[in-house]
Design a protein. Sequence first.
Lengths: 324, 294
Amino acid sequence: MNRNLGYILAFAFALVAPFVGYPVFLAKLLCFALFASSFNLLIGFTGLLSFGHAAFFGGAGYVAGNALKAWGWPVELGMLAGLAAGAAIGLVMGALAIRRQGIYFSMITLALAQMVFFGALRAHEFTGGEDGLQGIPRGKFLGLVDLTNDTALYYFVLGIAVLAFMLIVRTVHSPFGQVLKAIKENEPRAISLGYDVDKYKLLAFVLSAGLSGLAGATNVLVQGFETLTDVHWTMSGLVILMTLVGGMGTLAGPMLGAIIIIALENKLGDAGIFLTNATGIEWFNTIGEAVNMVIGLIFIICVLLFRRGIIGEIVAKFGNKKPA
Amino acid sequence: MEIFGVPLPAMMSQLLLGLVNGSFYAMLSLGLAVIFGLLNVINFSHGALYMMGAFVAWMGMTYLGLNYWTMLVLAPIIVGAFGILIEKTMLRHLYKLDHLYGLLLTFGITLLVEGVFRSFYGVSGQPFQVPDALAGATDLGFMVMPNYRAWVVVASLLVCLATWYVIEKTKLGAYLRAGTENPKLVEAFGINVPLMVTLTYGFGVALAGFAGVLAAPIIQVQPLMGQNLIIVVFAVVVIGGMGSIMGSILTGLGLGVIEGLTKVFYPEFSSTVVFLVMVIVLLLRPAGLFGKEK
């Protein structure tokens, strides 16, 4: 009951948010909340640490960008193309990566994602190389609602994010999700119980990749451009951090983490200027450019002191005995 | 003389370049394997510490006027000491947890270290002179060989082989190997395992620093120089598996050569060929060339 109330409150807040904040920024938050939730499906509920999620996010972003701009597809199809692209890249990468376990899995996903990055760097016709894709049109939802209106765009993205999130919740609580949890807790045991573990892992990987692709596609729609930043491995690191900060293996954690990290990224420059003015040390001005430095620091703090993440800590302190 | 339509000197110089890169892969993957063996941590910060080695050498030469040879010894020691600090203050607390936390922590350290250097030095390369004794080139008849590159290959091979010898043939190495198999039992025999773990991490990291100093005169010294390298080295580690010291060395060198040859024949694939090899190895021999599935 408690949780449903939380969802309703969060949803109600999301509904009124564009009247308070800047809709485009809020829509961007939603995209990353979706991205982190999809990533969490893998790390939090299957126990697989992928270091290559940028490939799905960015790869799908390029496909959706081209679908909307070069091929002139309607916006719904563009988003679906992103979903399909993410799932397709995920199928190939997943099939290779699940051949090894544990830490090797992470290294393989990282290496394969780097291949996608180099591919994007070279495929100039498709990705625009260093320049990226610019001026991607937003179009009209079902040919009726003009998405160039920021508020309409926000609600469009909110709809997608809510649907995707419902799918994630449904997956986690389904029998399939229970098998994933069993694999996470004790893989040899799941094998001995007769589950085809590789098949389950691959399906979870493809699902996570597809939803990450959807997140990448909506992100392109919101921003109106797509660059190499989205396929770079720092993006994979960023989504890990979002999930870690919010709480791996909790449903709400990654969304909260995404909101915190993206907001931080945006406000860091201001904070640097503030610190410079307050302390008189010029060096603080560079913080805005060296976002990675701060991100790295948060990473270290989280891993050392704060492994359960915000929601995880709350659940551990106040929650009932059955964690989310 | 030509081989498959490629002039021999061009071919040889790419091969040498491949060997140079291969030496770096070998030294870095060797360090990763040694660390992983004892600590069960994949040290993501290896690339950043390689960069740090190069930078420390550059700083010593620029600010303190020390020469290359002093820094070749000093920089790895400083990087190693920094590694020991990381191990003592942070990594130590994660051994009982899932491996992935070690990876995440060292990933954070990577971003932090690279970010700090970047905030002071920007992203442009710092000039680094080849030491006088190794400047110039030797004409071997079939190719002109830059002396410094030959030195890099020789020096790395020596260091790699020395490491192999110590680990496989000496008493100290025996402790280390025993610690890799069963740390609790080794500790019961009165060996100070925590100290051994600390020193192993320091050593593995010092290898990365040493590679960084060697690389400094040929690769631009800049804060992000380790970023792409570490991912390639990860692929090398996946290809070779981390079970064998010699395996790491050979895989590193071999992939460097393959990369060099690719530059001659299909330049557009040179940045991805190592990853392609990784894919093939995963399909044919999932445990890696020298690997035991752990």
